[in-house]
Structure formats: C-alpha cells, structure tokens
Design a binder for this molecule. Structure first.
Ligand SMILES: Nc1nc2c(c(=O)[nH]1)N[C@H]1C(S)=C(S)[C@@H](COP(=O)(O)OP(=O)(O)OC[C@H]3O[C@@H](n4cnc5c(=O)[nH]c(N)nc54)[C@H](O)[C@@H]3O)O[C@H]1N2
Ligand SMILES: Nc1nc2c(c(=O)[nH]1)N[C@H]1C(S)=C(S)[C@@H](COP(=O)(O)OP(=O)(O)OC[C@H]3O[C@@H](n4cnc5c(=O)[nH]c(N)nc54)[C@H](O)[C@@H]3O)O[C@H]1N2
Ligand code: SF4
Ligand SMILES: [Mo]
Length: 807
C-alpha cells in the first residue's frame, strides 16, 4: 500500500491523540505539542501505515462580519487543520458564557484549505468581469499599485481615491484599518459614512436621539414581561455563543417572556424560541406603528408626562417655535388633524400592512397596558427604500408609552451590546474631510463632480471635487455580489474610462474580484497573529488571542506586509511602520494599551496560550442617564431632547433636491418608499425581499457546499402564490424584474406572507455576463434596485418588485 502523507496517521492513533489534545486544551493551550500517536503504540496497532505526527492546538477566531466573534481551537498536524473545536472553557451558564462557534466557523478548515484559494498575485488580461487573469510577481503587483496610486493622485487629487466598504475582516483589532493607514499617510481619500448594515437606523438614531444604533441589552429583561421585535431575528443573525441569540434564548427561558416578532417571514427566532409571529407586508412597519400610536393615544395609554418632559413634537404644546400653530405635530398626523387629514386607524393600516385591524388593536392594547415593555428593531425593517423613516416610526412606540430608561425597557433601537473598548490599530487621520454616503459610490464613479450636499448627502464639503478613479478593495465583495443591481454595476465597472484602477485583496476569486485590475492573495487572520474583541453579545466582554494556524502557503502574504512594501515605493515606509514595527509588534502594542485600560487582561504569552479571556458585564439600559437627569445629561440632538419632530429634518425637507417620490419629513410619518407595494404592476405583482441566512455570512462561507446542503439556498414562496403559478415545492423557478433574472429552487411554505417572496442574500453570482446574464447562483442582487434612499442615501436592498414563474 502506498504510504502518502495523508495516510501517514492511522485513524485510530489520530483519534486517540485528538481526544488527548482536547482534554489538554484548557491547561496546555497554544504551542503545546502532542505526540499524538506515540510511535510505539502506533507500531503495535498498525505498523505498516502509521508514523508519529505531532498535533498542535492553535487558538484563533472566526473573523467574518456576522456580529459574533467565536473562538476556534484548531487541531493542526502536518501543516493542515484536521478538525476544529470551539470554546470549551467555563460552562454554558450565563455567568460563564462560551464563545462557541456556529457551523460556519467550525467548518473554517474547508475554507482555509480550499483548493480554490487564491495563491499568487494576478493582473487582469481580459475585460473587467471576464475573469481572465495572469500570474505576476509580487514586485510587479506592488509596483503597479504604487504607481497607479501616484498617477491617479497627481491627476485627479486625493478625493478620487477610496478604500471600498468591506466587512470580510471585521473582527480583528488589526483589520481593514491597515489599508486606511497607508492611504491616509499618502494624502488621504474620500471618506464614507453609513454602512450597508445600518445606515437607515443610524440616521434615525441621529435625528431622534442624537446618535446611536443600540438600545438596552437583553440582560435587562424582567420576569414575565413583553418583548416586541420588528425585522429582527437574533437566531438567524447573531448566532454563536458570542452572539445575542444566546443571551436572548437564555433570558426567554429564565424570565418567561412574551415575545411578539413582526416579520414578513416566520424567522428562526420565532421557530426556535417560541413566541408569536405577526406577518407583515415588507416596508409597511411605519403604517403599523402609526395605527398602534392611534390606538394608544385614543385609549389614553400614552404617557403624556413622559412625552412632555423628554420629547419635542409629540403635540402642539411640545412643538418647537418654528413649527407651532400649523398642525404639524405627530399627534395631529396620527389623529387626522394634520396635513393629510387622515386618521391612522387600524383599518387604514390593515390594507397597507395586511395585518387584520383586530390584531393591530390587540397589539396596541398589549403595548399600551403592559409594563415594562421592551421594543426593539433589527436591521431588516430598515433595509428598504423608506428605511430611515420606518426606523424612526418604530422608535416612537416606546416614547409614547414612556418605556425608556427603565429596567426591562429599550428605546426602539437594536438590542444593545457591551461597550468593551480595546485599543486598535491606528489608521491615522485622513487629511481629506469630504464624506459621502457609502451606498452612493457608483454615482461617485459615474458623475462625482455633480454630487453635492443637497442632492447626495455629501458632508463636510459642498460637493465632491472628483469622481472616483482608484478603489482599494480589501476583504469585500460589495463591488458586485453584495451591492445592488449587479447587471447595472457590471456595465459601470467595465468602462475603464470611469474608474481607472481597482485593486482587490482577497482569499477567493469572488465576483467582485473579477472586476479588479490587480488581485493580491491575502493571509487570513487565522494564518497570522490576531487579537479580537467579542462581537454583539451583551452577556460577555471577551478577547480571543489568535496564533497562526500554520506557516504561510504558496505566495500568500499578509496585508500589513504588502502595504509596507507599497509604502516603501511611495516613500512613506518609515511613517507607515512607525519606525519599523512588524504586525506582531503592533499587536503587542495594542494589547499593552488595552491592558492599561483593563489590567486584568492576560499578557501576550499567557493570552496566546490561554486563547480566550472573558468576563460578564452589567446589563446596559439605553438612555438611562438622560431619563434620570434630562437637564444634566441632555441628548446630542439640537434640543437636547428626544426629537419626534426634528427641525433639522424640516430644513432638509425644504432645501434638499428630492424627486417627487422621495420623502424627508420632520415627523416619522408613513411613506411607502419609491419601490414598494404601491409600485406593484400586473407584470411585477410580487415583493422580493431578502434576509440574512444561517448558511453563510453574506457571501463568506457560501462556497462551502456542505453547509449549503444543510441549509439550502431556496426562495420562500407562499402556497397561495405558488398555486396561482403551478409552482411546487422543490421546483426550479425564475425570479425576474426589469433589472435581471435569477434561477433558484422554490420552498413553498406558509412561513412567508402571501405576495412576498423571501430570498436569502449572499449567494455567489453566477451568470454569463457576455451572454444572457441569467444568474444561476440565485443572487438577489441581480434583482435589487440601485437607488439611494431619500435621507440616509442608503441601500434599499429589501425593497424590490418582481415576478416568479416555473423555469
Ligand atoms: N447568519 C448570518 N448572520 C448574519 C449575517 C449573515 O449574512 N448571515 N450578516 C450580519 C450583518 S453584516 C448584519 S448587518 C446583520 C443583519 O441583520 P438584519 O438586517 O437584522 O437581518 P435581515 O435578515 O436583513 O433582517 C431581519 C429580519 O427582518 C425581516 N424583514 C425584512 N423586511 C422587513 C420589513 O419590512 N419589516 C419587518 N418587520 N421585517 C422585515 C427579514 O425577513 C428578517 O427575518 O446580520 C449579521 N449576521
Ligand atoms: N441584497 C442584499 N445585499 C446585501 C445585504 C442584504 O441584506 N441584502 N446586506 C448588506 C450588508 S448588511 C453587508 S455588511 C454587506 C456585506 O458585504 P461584504 O462586506 O462584501 O461581505 P462578504 O460577502 O462576506 O465579503 C467579504 C469578503 O472578504 C473576503 N475575506 C475573508 N477573509 C479575508 C481575509 O482575511 N483577507 C481578505 N483579503 N479577504 C478576506 C471573503 O472571501 C469575502 O469575499 O452586504 C450587503 N449586501
Ligand atoms: S459565522 Fe459568526 S456565529 Fe458562526 S462561528 Fe463565525 S463568528 Fe461565530
Ligand atoms: Mo451588515
């Protein structure tokens, strides 16, 4: 029998060694070598087929942007990960939580060791998007990037350069800011504000509360209380032991909560953790909130004292001077004495939301009469054409019933996270101040000089001075795959006279990478030293100390080393490396700085051996300081109070250049948005709405076939819509609109509201772009609209109309 390296360990010996290693993990940790199959024993067992192999347990962490940061213990032998365990230190109790990985993180081995990994620097030899590349040397790659950066800077100025939005490396304390440091030292680049995740709620939080996306943590929940969630499913989007789903499941059991989940589909939080699902038509939460407000006000459940103490614009009495006497208050709008003379009754909302009026009344009574009530929203209800105004409408509910700043309450924003502020890699200051909404980048390529404060939300400057000509895309797939309207963006990026140079640092040949002029193969955080603070859990503050799982393979190189070489070509190496620091030097410095703030953090050597350190913080209650002492701790809004009516927004409404179907309003009125149920036609009678799915984190892990088989990529179609089109469960269907067409399997299920098709976002785009452009990968962004929302100028990626048919 041929003895290959792979087969050098007898299975029996290896399994035995692995069990040993697992036992030793907590005490021995990183760097501990295990004679996993002692020669003598192996020889006895399987003399012909075994030789000694050392197995090492290396601590590292998952680094994708799912919101958690799970610890991984990689069992490494022969320079390969053999299998992965997660955090098994402490216990599963609430006071000793574990940063346990979900199946995606546990499958990291298949990702890191995939034969499809990028191994060499490459330059494009075909047209952008054609996927024709040729291997080049690192010298040529670095030379080209540095000389293009120089040329474009000299020709068009620093504002023509961007570091593209990305989230593939989001959890390390030394992540994407490495690229920002390089560019900042070179003269800077155009800034972005607002993310694909939360730009709408962030704008809503700014104008309502003076900033912030997060409210109270789940840990504040009290016995037997009511929880109302809009567009939020922690079980889908905050998976892992270091994610909110663990906190929420635990609180639900301990506290016997009543949970109401408002979503267009029955999400996994409802399924897995119980509670009531109220199905809603996508994009219509604002109408539901208006009708709830109508019931709450009319039945005397509104907390007038709270509203008069803490809020601006609830009623005539609390209106600012500039808007008094014009029936412009929130109460006027709700009761029908405002500009549209329409009472926002449950019957009015029923036809919009598809929620029966009786159900709306029942929900209003619960919210109006139960104390405490915890009201929060995820990002699903805001990733729409009307996302910013919807997000504000949800925030008004806890204001109306005075349920803010107290134990068991939240303020209508997303569930809170612990504030564990470790030091991080210094990106330095960007000499360029001009700030553009992230989602506007294609417009800035097409016609940058035309974008202004009034037509594009440009901040800190009246207008852009240049179009975008240079993109550094590090660890991101938002050039196409994760951005809207892939077919439209393809045409834009193919035109090399517009954006002149794109460099992508990646680990796979993603759809976005295909549009690059140079691709550089990166080492992942697991292949380097890394420090990572915990993600969106509120029951723990944690840090994972990650060591490289194995030596770099092929010609892959870490981004810090590559940026150092580029800095050298640009004559700024010394500044970039701060006098010659390596990546490890920086991380040690970051840890030292963090330990000054949190002295109990283990030092480098102890931490690297231990892998994970954690502690339990106190629950946080959103806006508590303000509620306790509004004069002493005013909010950062212009009035210092909660602004139900915003004078700032009133001035935007007067001065901004908006299309007829775009609404910016001082109060959170209901507006359906420019693509919504109102725009449905005979040709496109369905709403196509996306969601974040457990089988991948955006497009990351979506190329792992085993996980995809466990949680399939299917379009959720209600039986009523399926029946009309003779579609059966498991049929391949076409989903299409004016922007494109995808092929996907249908899951016929009552878990989605009739009239809406729900499709997981993040699958890999797979179309012949010089042929029919039909996307066999089933990427919803082939169908999504590229049109920024009116206020935040943000992504409406869940707002789409379309049609389905059997393929
Ligand atoms: N497994 C997994 N986890 C992830 C991610 C991932 O890709 N996969 N991505 C991570 C990132 S970066 C982010 S930003 C977050 C995203 O977190 P979210 O934005 O909260 O996730 P979504 O799935 O878009 O939306 C949450 C829910 O809102 C519902 N929804 C959609 N439209 C509406 C609406 O108009 N009204 C109401 N009431 N509900 C609506 C969706 O069906 C979904 O169940 O998740 C993070 N976690
Ligand atoms: N239709 C629709 N589109 C959406 C959304 C939606 O809800 N609906 N959600 C939006 C949201 S909230 C977000 S945050 C974005 C996310 O969009 P992206 O930030 O593009 O996230 P990913 O698709 O995970 O892409 C991350 C990339 O980083 C790469 N990567 C991973 N590790 C490394 C590394 O160590 N080094 C390098 N160089 N590369 C690495 C991965 O291979 C992957 O290609 O998508 C947005 N797009
Ligand atoms: S994908 Fe998220 S929940 Fe899963 S292991 Fe990675 S960090 Fe943890
Ligand atoms: Mo996101």
């Amino acid at each position: 029998m041929t003895k290959t390296k792979e087969h050098a360990v007898s299975r029996r010996a290896f399994v035995k060694g692995s069990a040993l290693a697992g036992l030793g993990a907590a005490t021995l940790g990183t760097g501990t070598l295990f004679a996993c199959s002692p020669q003598a024993e192996s020889a006895k067992d399987d003399a012909a087929n075994t030789e000694a192999v050392e197995e090492q347990i290396v601590w590292t962490h998952c680094a994708v942007n799912c919101g958690s940061t799970c610890a991984l213990q990689c069992h490494v032998a022969d320079g390969e990960i053999k299998y992965i365990e997660s955090d098994n230190t402490g216990s599963a109790e609430m006071d000793q939580p574990q940063l346990r990985a979900c199946l995606r993180g546990r499958s990291l081995r298949r990702w890191l060791q995939s034969p499809d990994r990028l191994n060499y620097p490459m330059k494009r030899v075909g047209k952008r998007g054609e996927d024709k590349f040729e291997q080049i040397s690192w010298d040529e790659a670095v030379d080209t990037i540095a000389s293009e950066l120089k040329r474009i800077r000299e020709t068009y100025g620093d504002e023509s350069i961007t570091v593209h939005y990305s989230s593939g490396v989001s959890s390390g304390l030394m992540g994407s800011s490495v690229v920002n440091r390089l560019i900042n030292l070179n003269g800077g680049c155009l800034n972005y504000y607002g993310t694909y995740s939360s730009a709408h709620i962030s704008a809503a939080g700014t104008y309502t509360y003076g900033g912030g996306t997060y409210g109270s943590s789940f840990l504040t929940l009290q016995d037997n209380q009511l929880v109302v969630m809009f567009g939020n499913s922690p079980a889908d989007t905050r998976m892992g032991g270091a994610g909110h789903t663990h906190d929420f499941a635990w609180m639900r059991e301990e506290k016997n909560l009543e949970v109401i989940n408002i979503d267009c589909r029955m999400n996994d939080t409802v399924c897995g953790q119980g509670g009531e699902w109220i199905p809603i038509r996508p994009g219509t939460d604002g109408a539901l909130c208006a009708a709830l407000a109508y019931e709450i006000i009319n039945n005397g459940w509104a907390d007038e004292e709270f509203l008069h103490t803490y809020c601006v614009g609830y009623d005539e009495e609390t209106m600012p001077e500039s808007a008094k006497g014009q029936n412009k208050s929130f109460k006027d709008y709700i009761l029908g004495t405002g500009y549209d003379l329409t009472p926002k009754t449950p019957e009015w909302a029923a036809s919009i939301t598809l929620i029966p009026a009786a159900k709306i009344k029942e929900l209003a009574e619960k919210i109006g009469t139960t104390k405490p009530v915890y009201i929060c929203q995820g990002y699903g209800s805001q990733r729409h054409a009307n996302g910013e105004i919807t997000s504000r409408a949800i925030m008004v509910l806890p204001q109306l019933v005075g349920q803010i700043g107290l134990p068991g309450t939240s303020d209508g924003r997303r569930e809170g996270r612990s504030a564990f502020a470790l030091s991080s890699f210094p990106a330095g200051e960007n000499p360029v101040k001009t700030n553009l909404p992230t989602f506007m980048w294609p417009e800035a390529i097409r016609r940058g000089e035309e974008l202004t404060a009034l037509n594009a939300g440009v901040q800190k400057a009246e207008k852009l001075s240049s179009s975008i000509k240079f993109i550094f895309n590090y660890a991101g797939n938002t050039l196409t795959n994760q951005h809207s309207d892939i077919n439209g963006t393809h045409d834009l990026l193919q035109d090399e006279s517009l954006c002149e140079f794109i460099v992508t640092s990646e680990v796979f040949m993603t759809d976005s990478a295909k549009y690059s002029d140079i691709i550089i193969p990166d080492l992942t955080l697991q292949e380097q030293y890394s420090l990572s603070a915990n993600g969106y859990a509120d029951n723990m503050e944690a840090i994972v100390y990650g060591s490289p799982v194995y030596e770099p393979k092929f010609e892959r190189r870490g981004i810090y080393e590559v940026c150092t070489d580029i800095a050298d070509k640009l004559g700024i190496k010394d500044e970039f490396t701060d006098g010659g620091k390596t990546r490890e030097d920086w991380l040690r410095q970051i840890l030292d700085e963090s330990r000054e703030k949190y002295p109990e953090l283990p030092d480098w050597d102890t931490g690297m051996a231990q892998g994970v350190w954690k502690r339990t913080p106190e629950p946080s209650i959103g806006l508590k300081a303000f509620i306790d002492d509004p004069a002493g701790n005013p909010l950062k809004t212009p009035s210092g109070k909660i602004e139900i009516y915003s004078e700032t927004l009133a001035s935007f409404a007067d001065t901004w250049e908006l299309a007829d179907d775009e609404v910016v309003s001082p109060i959170p009125e209901f507006d359906p948005g420019f693509e919504s149920y109102v725009s449905l036609t005979d040709e496109y009678p369905l709403l196509i709405c996306g969601f974040h799915y457990k089988a991948h984190t955006h497009s990351s892990y979506a190329n792992n076939e085993i996980i995809q088989a466990a949680a399939q990529h299917v379009a959720w179609v209600n039986p009523v819509d399926a029946e009309q089109r003779k579609i059966k469960d498991g049929d391949t269907i076409r989903v299409f609109n004016d922007r494109g067409e995808i092929r996907i399997e249908a899951k016929v299920t009552p878990r989605v509201i009739p009239g809406t098709v729900a499709i997981p976002q993040g699958m890999w785009h797979d179309a012949d772009m010089s042929g029919d452009r039909v996307d066999h990968g089933g990427n919803i962004n082939t169908l999504t609209i590229y049109r920024p929302s009116p206020l935040a100028k943000a992504n409406p990626q869940h707002s789409n109309i379309g049609q389905i048919a059997k393929a």
